[in-house]
Design a protein around this ligand. Sequence first.
Ligand SMILES: [Zn+2]
Length: 187
Amino acid sequence: MSPGRWLVPAGLGAGLAWHGLPALTSMGPLRTRLAPALAGAGDPGHVALTFDDGPHPASTPRFLAELDRLGVRATFFLTGRWAARVPGLAAEVAAAGHEVAVHGYDHRCLLLRGPRATYDDVARGRDAVTHATGVVPRWYRPPYGVLTGAGLTAAARLGLTPMLWTAWGRGWPTCPAAVPCCCTTPT
Ligand SMILES: [Zn+2]
């Protein structure tokens, strides 16, 4: 086989690796070892509570009420679609003193999306959260915690810092609109 015929598979392999290797950080033990910053490893004396998805009228107000009762502030990774659908509720999250962050616009796994679609989704999500809350988000968490090369690139271009978690509450089977996770960095 001529060298040229190897170049295409080699390029394809490099492209697939660029796209898919960051997804390995979705596995908790690997994330903690390979990318502690993504896991939220920071000040060991500090715990950050984060929630994913929504804001959803069925559950988010209950989380807000309970956090207010406890005197705890958290970071809410909102989807742009829901922030646009219920902007008043998204604004309520921010007004209550919680940090708002980006969870994409549509809740779709980035492994199934190319660079253009990924960038458009993250940008649209950031814009929707900003428009609803008046706050420019700092953090980005991809749906399902699955990062890709395109996701990392889009976040960097949009001035967002990717953030996953160190431990999660496994609340999603019963609370589809708010998944509690814990890490130590977002404030
Ligand atoms: Zn999610």
